[in-house]
Design a protein around this ligand. Structure first.
Ligand SMILES: Nc1nc2c(c(=O)[nH]1)N[C@H]1C(S)=C(S)[C@@H](COP(=O)(O)OP(=O)(O)OC[C@H]3O[C@@H](n4cnc5c(=O)[nH]c(N)nc54)[C@H](O)[C@@H]3O)O[C@H]1N2
Ligand SMILES: Nc1nc2c(c(=O)[nH]1)N[C@H]1C(S)=C(S)[C@@H](COP(=O)(O)OP(=O)(O)OC[C@H]3O[C@@H](n4cnc5c(=O)[nH]c(N)nc54)[C@H](O)[C@@H]3O)O[C@H]1N2
Ligand code: SF4
Ligand SMILES: [Mo]
Length: 672
């Protein structure tokens, strides 16, 4: 390990890879996969292998100093200022707003640029203490699934331990594309698995293509498919009546619905051939079986209902709580490890809570001069990633909106800020990392001094709190104290320096059993198939076999999931990644292309009520007729047309969680 430092990848990615950093004389450190790490096994994903040795280490690509705007909003014309001057300007503005309009007129938006725990959670202390309003981060990503499985299972962030798959005969991946979003899980956990793999996805992803069975359903028809599978499983005698009686509530209330969803009906609703439905039921019934529901699955108008319907499969077949069986949306590994995330993020500091705004309402609410006077964006790049891009840009351009953006790089969002603050990267400070799929925790080790004058998020907010004259002690706790406390809470028996030398640790040696006691954190303690809580919220009492209406008038349903080459919008600014991934394109079926009159390689305009974008058309008959595919993650400022697919991302709320239904975006497609 000479000249090697172990660290871990803090990106918003299921894998949570271990990394080795080779310190070299007269050359930048080289970032590699840690061969001793059970997930990365010596290799990084292709995007990190490039970008961590590319743009992340290029000081000229990074934000080095605090900046003050000297041009128009969006022009990205700035002058360098001192930290003192930048923080003074922010403190003065925020204090004035708090006094005049109340703290709830300060809105902040943040997400998962880094998930290392201090940088991800500590800044919340500041906003909680002040009483600022917040854009619900999950409302651009996964809130519908959280609400749905919260109602059904009582907890949406306690799934299965992936290691339990050694006892599985079947793994169902429903609406996730690990070949992009969890590349190591794809390679080692799925492709290498002796279990039969079923992928349910309208796109024939690499994961779908490598599976034993790909159910290529029409998007938005998942609940019908789930009910169709239940119909067959019940007829096969594969319902576990003892499990149903002991651990579920309301199974009798869906019996007649299951009756009506026969394979022919299911085929008609979903487009999945009857033989495939029968085969999927057989494979799942052989059990023990795992069900992994992706975040892509619930980004549709009835995404919450879909999650509840799909969650019936393990519930009624008793595929829960025994080795090789279970369901997973994601795992909140740091909480399982014992870390008190509420205290870390200062939930207890709230005196008077500000408002919570859905991402789906952001563009409209932010445009209103009376509601929000300041906008702070940190750890996120909404002008690339959020819905209704055109309208959001107009809102960000408000001259009377005091805007601060904090990032490692100059982005589309920082271009609109009055003050830009440079964030240190994961190579530049110690922290604690985790995976939200695998049950391991890791150390983020400082490798370099921060580039320029950049600072970790947590330090930025300590300094801002001081400048504002705040005195709450929790706003000033230092990194060492916080990390030591996390280590104590995790009760590993070793300290942070030992964690750094180990790199990572698993929460247990053997696969952790989940729900083995048959207890669920719902009001009844059971899996709530019928939910009074849902009913009280005006939602159906039980999951329904709903199917989205087919698109009208030749519109295409545009799917824009995770790209292989970018992590959300991160890495779009790496030149080698840009080269690898080529120009932004949209893939569509040959029949649609012929109808529209567009040939392969020609420009295709996609438009709807939110906006319009032109992309290179690629004809691909693996794409379902009536759908189109364009991967997310471009920076508008780096595209010739100064926009990305989120200009047509209409902010339609999901049935639960007021979240994005981006994969239900409908567009009119026409040749340019
Ligand atoms: N069309 C479409 N749009 C989507 C989606 C989709 O499926 N389709 N998916 C949505 C989903 S799931 C999500 S989660 C969102 C994510 O959207 P964003 O939250 O905008 O995610 P990123 O683009 O990764 O932006 C993170 C930013 O954080 C910065 N960053 C990295 N490390 C640090 C740090 O230590 N400190 C600070 N201050 N900044 C840092 C990065 O440079 C980057 O600019 O996008 C959503 N947008
Ligand atoms: N390389 C890479 N990795 C990432 C990210 C990234 O941008 N790039 N983003 C990270 C983040 S923030 C998140 S939230 C996760 C997201 O990763 P995933 O959970 O895998 O979710 P998505 O990529 O949005 O979509 C997964 C699949 O859902 C499918 N899908 C769309 N509509 C439907 C439908 O109606 N029914 C079904 N059954 N499937 C449907 C899409 O076709 C897609 O193949 O990945 C994380 N990892
Ligand atoms: S982004 Fe994901 S796959 Fe790539 S190195 Fe990080 S954890 Fe591993
Ligand atoms: Mo996400």
């Amino acid at each position: 390990m000479k000249n090697m430092i172990r660290t871990n990848c803090p990106r918003d990615c299921y894998d949570g890879c271990g990394m080795l950093v080779e310190i070299r004389d007269n050359a930048a450190p080289r970032i590699l996969g840690d061969p001793d790490h059970p997930v990365s096994r010596g290799r990084l994903c292709s995007k990190c292998a490039i970008a961590y040795n590319g743009v992340w280490q290029d000081p000229t690509a990074r934000l080095n100093y605090p900046l003050r705007r000297i041009g128009n909003k969006g022009e990205a014309k700035f002058e360098r200022v001192s930290w003192d001057a930048a923080l003074e300007a922010i403190a003065t503005n925020l204090n004035r707003i708090i006094e005049r309009d109340g703290a709830e007129a300060i809105l902040h938006t943040h997400y998962s640029g880094t998930l290392s725990l201090l940088a991800y959670k500590f800044p919340d202390r500041f906003f909680n203490h002040v009483g600022a309003s917040v854009v619900d981060p999950d409302s651009i990503c996964n809130a519908a699934g959280h609400v749905a499985w919260g109602l059904q299972f009582g907890n949406s962030v306690k799934g299965f331990d992936p290691r339990t798959s050694k006892d599985s005969s079947c793994i169902v991946v429903w609406g996730a594309n690990p070949s992009h979003s969890a590349p190591h899980a794809h390679e080692h956990w799925l492709v290498d698995s002796p279990a039969k793999v079923i992928v349910v996805d309208p796109i024939r992803s690499e994961s779908a293509a490598s599976a034993d069975l790909h159910l290529q359903l029409r998007p938005g028809s998942d609940a019908a498919l789930a009910y169709g599978l239940l119909h067959v499983l019940r007829d096969m005698g594969k319902f576990d009546q003892d499990y149903i009686d002991a651990h579920t509530l309301g199974a009798d209330e869906i019996a007649s619905t299951i009756d009506s969803c026969n394979p022919q009906w299911t085929h008609a609703q979903t487009g999945v051939p009857v033989e495939s439905i029968m085969r999927a039921a057989e494979l799942y019934a052989a059990g023990p079986a795992l069900l992994w529901c992706g975040q892509g699955l619930q980004r549709q108008p009835t995404g919450g209902n879909v999650m509840r319907a799909v969650g019936l499969l393990p519930s009624l077949t008793g595929n829960v709580g025994k080795p090789g069986a279970g369901f997973c949306y994601m795992n909140y590994t740091p909480a399982f490890a014992g870390i008190d995330l509420d205290t870390l993020g200062g939930t207890n500091l709230v005196k008077q809570a500000g408002k919570t705004v859905s991402h789906m309402d952001l563009a409209v609410r932010l445009a209103d001069r009376n509601e929000f006077k300041a906008m702070l964006s940190w750890n996120t790049n909404p002008l690339a990633s959020a819905a209704d891009q055109g309208a959001l840009r107009t809102a960000f351009a408000r001259e009377d909106l005091f805007t601060v953006a904090i990032d490692c790089f100059p982005t589309d969002t920082t271009a609109y800020a009055d003050i830009v603050l440079p964030a240190a990267s994961f190579l530049e400070f110690d922290d604690v990392t985790f995976s939200y799929f695998h049950l391991h925790m890791g150390a983020q080790a400082k490798v370099n001094e921060p580039v320029g004058e950049s600072l970790p998020n947590q330090e930025i907010f300590r300094r801002l709190a001081a400048k504002m004259g705040l005195t709450e002690a929790a706003l000033f706790e230092d990194d060492k104290t916080l990390i030591d406390r996390m280590m104590t809470e995790m009760n590993t028996g070793f300290d942070f320096s030992e964690l750094k030398s180990r790199g990572h640790f698993y929460l247990s040696d053997e696969p952790m059993p989940m729900y083995a006691d048959g207890k669920f954190e719902t009001p009844s303690g059971k899996i709530e198939i019928a939910s009074q809580a849902a009913e009280k919220q005006g939602l159906p009492r039980t999951p329904q076999p709903f199917v989205d209406a087919p698109t009208q008038n030749g519109r295409l349903r545009l799917l824009t999931p995770a790209s292989k080459w970018r992590l959300n919008d991160s890495y779009a600014n790496d030149p080698h990644i840009a080269e690898q991934s080529g120009p932004a394109n949209v893939r569509l079926n040959g029949t649609d292309a012929a109808r529209i009159g567009v040939s392969d390689g020609a420009q295709l305009r996609l438009r709807n009520e939110s906006g319009a974008i032109e992309l290179v058309a690629r004809i691909d008959n693996d794409v379902l007729p009536g759908t189109a595919v364009s991967y997310k993650g471009r920076w508008p400022s780096l595209e010739g047309n100064a926009m990305n697919v989120n200009v047509v991302h209409t902010p339609v709320k999901t049935d639960m969680g007021e979240s994005s239904s981006v994969h239900a975006t409908e567009v009119i497609a026409e040749p340019v």
